[in-house]
Design a protein around this ligand. Structure first.
Ligand SMILES: [Zn+2]
Length: 445
């Protein structure tokens, strides 16, 4: 019997006790119950406020505990709860170039020659990544100046989608094919590596918005507006040095492409684009934008990196657009020859965080798409080194959980929401055709 219940029993035993005493006891009891109820409600309110404040950034169950003091141990513990979601990995390209797309022959559960295999993905605490279904720009003389001659880009892209899906299916214990932000979270909760598809360049659309819709139906969730070549929709930045513009940003057809991407929920990826293309796309897109694999030009001055003027357009302030810059590890974009290491990559992360905010930076390694890698970030098993470096620089666990994957999931979910709203509002699909095409048959009816 507890002290709390004693008075109640006494009351019952002394049924004819003084009415005043009984009333006083009733009052005390009521006050006590009210106090308990109010404390409970206050606790719920405080917890709700905490969830609302940290919730959007809270990725994985990071929990209230503290991380170990040792940065390496802390990085591993954090990644266990908030694993890496990488914006750009070129594994399907390795299969095309090394195995003629023979998925059966790929030993992904053994040692692969480049930067990615299952053992190293697990070691590096990877929770998900975009499988880049990349094919190179067509030869410009074959494609023609106005991009109207047929190429194999769409066939080859379909083959790369097939390769990615084949490998995801071949290792069902490891990978899970995912197409929504919710899928990604569920897949990670089940201990699988969430597998998304990204098309690396609108040249892969064959200059057709119909193809965009069909890629979406196949599960593709971002299209990079250009690769290293211009296309009918937009100007590229070139590679290390800027190439002369063609459209001076997006072409009129490119604006239409953005509208359809927004409507269907295809993420607009600005890696590889010219600064003007990026600026046009940010202003025109209703949905947040991404850079699936780009670093900061202020840290290393190459055309492929994002300049501060463009970074300044990203954010949640007035006139800005939400978005995420997922930092590329490729040594030629990170630092002068021979100087790329994990600290330099962290410099890019911190610069972007300083200009745009920590909620707008993520990871887009480019593993398997580059021949060289930075010291300390040699392959997918090394992500913890970058997290440890950021811990040493004072990043807290919530900021890091955003960096590893939470920031990307926020942006992805917001783009899904824009598509839902546009569709609910009855927005028509875009049926515009590239104006330079002359291959449509024309009959008089
Ligand atoms: Zn690329």
């Amino acid at each position: 019997m507890s002290e709390e219940t004693e008075p109640l029993i006494q009351d019952r035993d002394h049924g004819h006790g003084g009415a005043e005493q009984e009333a006083a006891q009733c009052q005390t009891r009521a006050i006590r119950i009210r106090a308990i109820v109010w404390s409970f409600l206050a606790l719920i309110f405080i917890l709700s406020v905490i969830i609302v404040l940290v919730g959007p950034d809270n990725y994985g169950d990071i929990g209230p505990g503290t991380l170990p003091r040792d940065p390496d141990a802390a990085a591993r513990k954090l990644l266990h709860m908030a694993p890496v979601i990488d914006g750009h990995i070129d594994l399907p390209m390795v299969v095309r170039y090394g195995w003629r797309n023979n998925v059966s022959a790929i030993p992904l559960d053994d040692k692969m020659p480049m930067h990615v295999d299952i053992l190293r993905l697990r070691d590096g605490k990877v929770g998900g990544f975009f499988w880049s279904v990349y094919v190179p720009c067509a030869d410009s003389s074959a494609e023609g100046k106005e991009f109207v001659n047929p190429t194999w880009s769409v066939r080859d892209t379909l083959e790369q989608i097939d390769v990615a899906k084949g490998l995801i299916t071949k290792y069902p214990e490891t990978f899970q094919f995912t197409v929504t932000s919710t899928d990604v979270k569920e897949s990670i909760a089940q201990g699988k590596i969430a597998s998304l598809l990204g098309v690396e360049g609108a040249h892969q659309l064959g200059n057709s918005i119909s193809v965009l819709r069909q890629y979406y139906d196949l599960g593709v969730r971002y299209v990079t507006l250009t690769h290293t070549c211009h296309n009918a929709f937009a100007d590229s930045c070139g590679y290390l040095e800027t190439i002369p513009p063609l459209h001076y940003g997006l072409s009129p057809f490119g604006f239409k492409l953005i509208e359809e991407m927004n409507r269907i929920g295809m993420l607009v990826d600005l890696s590889h684009t010219s600064d003007m293309t990026a600026a046009h796309a940010i202003m025109h897109s209703k949905a947040p934008v991404i850079w699936s694999h780009s670093s900061a030009r202020a840290v290393h001055d190459v055309a492929r990196n994002v300049p501060d003027e463009v970074l300044g357009m990203i954010g949640t302030g007035k006139g800005q657009k939400d978005g995420i810059i997922m930092v590329n590890f490729s040594p030629s974009f990170v630092a002068p020859d021979g100087e790329a290491d994990v600290k330099k990559v962290a410099d890019h992360v911190e610069h972007i965080a300083n200009v745009v905010g920590k909620k707008h930076v993520g990871i887009g390694s480019d593993f398997d798409g580059v021949l060289d890698t930075p010291k300390g970030l040699e392959d997918v098993s090394k992500y913890p080194n970058l997290i440890a470096e950021l811990l040493r620089r004072g990043w807290d666990k919530y900021e890091l959980a955003g960096f590893t994957g939470g920031n990307f999931l926020r942006v992805f979910a917001a783009a899904e929401d824009v598509a839902r709203k546009l569709q609910a509002a009855g927005t028509s699909p875009v049926y515009d055709v590239y104006e330079k095409r002359d291959d449509f048959p024309e009959w008089e009816y």
